[in-house]
Design a protein around this ligand. Sequence first.
Ligand SMILES: [Zn+2]
Length: 590
Amino acid sequence: MQHSGRIWYNIPIMKWTKSLIQTLRENPGDAEIDSHKLLIRAGLARKVAGGLYAYLPLGMRSLRKIQQIVREEMDRAGALEIVSPILQPAELWRTTGRWDTMGPNMFKLRDRGEHEFALGPTAEEVFTDLAKSLISSYRQLPVTIYQIQWKFRDETRPRFGLMRSKEFLMKDAYSFDVDADGADKSYWNMYHAYERIYERCGLKAVPVQADGGDMGDSMTHEFHVLADAGEDGIAFCEGCGYAANLEKAERRVAPRADADCPAYEEVHTPGAKTIDQVAAFMGLPGSAFVKSLIYSADGKPVMVCVEGDRDVNDVKLKRFLGAKKVELADFETVLRASGANAGSVGPVKPADASLRIVCDIALKGAKGRIVGANKDDYHLKNVDLARDCNIADADFADLVIAKEGDICAKCGKPMAIKRGIEVGQVFKLGTKYSAAFNAVYKNDKLEDHVMIMGCYGVGVSRTLQAVIEQSHDKDGIVWPASVAPYQVVVENLDPDKEEVTKIADDLESALEAAGIDVIVDDRAERPGVKFKDADLIGFPVRVVVGAKGLANGGVEIKRRCDDKSKMQIVAPDAALEAIKALLGDPAVRT
Ligand SMILES: [Zn+2]
């Protein structure tokens, strides 16, 4: 082995036989999506228990590379790294009231002195409290602090491998500013850092507008990796580039021109409870119906009407009603408000005459519709909403989840719905946390002001799997060079032949010395087995060194993403330069 001059420094040399790599032929039984299957089969991670994984040496190398990209981009954006405890005292969470509102997703425990703690699912409380103790003057602002730390979530149903696990690695950052303009700058600073992070990870991540919910200012973007296996729906407009998650996506509705209908009449619909059942019973499409649901908004009943083939968007409903909490009402409330059980509720003369009825905007001017009769097992046909119901003009609003083909509110073109995996989010928090903690700074007149905050998350372990989900083929993973466990695999086909092994090992040393990480497959296995494993794990470049090849002119070099026709045969001493050329710009390799 060569020493490249740095004899005090042990160049890491990696042989497959010493690497604990174990690939599997079979897909794990609980894996539903390709990236989860490949994660386990390629030996990157192993399940310890439901939603809990050990990162094996290969997976750890990729995870570390992603962490390093995140760290470099955070540092470049001027953020300061710290690390806060995973174990967080309950008092901090009580200060914002989230000890109670986080619900069963938060792991809670007690120490031997009966003090309560949480395993941090996030760290707004801890960071705000720290900022309060560290910051006193406007001269220290703006500042953004971050950490890369394990987080916990007691998922009801952990699945999809690292995508929805109980323990995950996250980068979370929090910005503190003197005013809204400053907070805006901090927000976009992080937004652009995120664009660079995902690009350097070889990921196509799309910024998507999302709903800010209760969190102060509602400005927020999620970064999604588009993938059919994604859990989240995203509305995209080709026309203007608008992208929003389904809870947020705003749509435009053309005014309707329904024909007048005769007076409404009752139809007996025995046993038909759902829109689908009534539609089948009457032989009509779901869109002929009005779906009417009784919700409880902060404890007050309200009827929500949408077209029969649409779903109510709880987030839009909540925002429209200005409510803190909306949920479907219990059956007693439904009965009291409407006079019937859930399957027969409708907007014509509900039992409670003062019941507020809110309607999706698409129902404005709707005539000739079928609605529940507020009488069990009956519906009404020929309902004209304006004529027959008591609905205020102001109570028509966009209240449904966006669908394929909905019209973009910005430009009027139809929107497409795609699937995404959320890998990060940037969020304006306003003063929600800083006010709760009284985290103030003194301005130049020595007056106290509450700091304006933002928070910014990158799912580091989730990003690892998102890369696999976005970049694989039937044979395995196709790693981008920047986050591959090793950039190059050298297949030594004749490990028992000294002259072949010398060439393989010399190449390994030369690559290491050039800053390219490499593993030598020195197993006494058939070439087919070795190539299959190399494709499964997905090393960006494969070099084959064998007695036969050397006799025929050299070593074979091929990129994982290319087919055999692109294979090059080069003399062993030209291999380094050829590999460098294939790996491309070192700047994008980390
Ligand atoms: Zn548009």
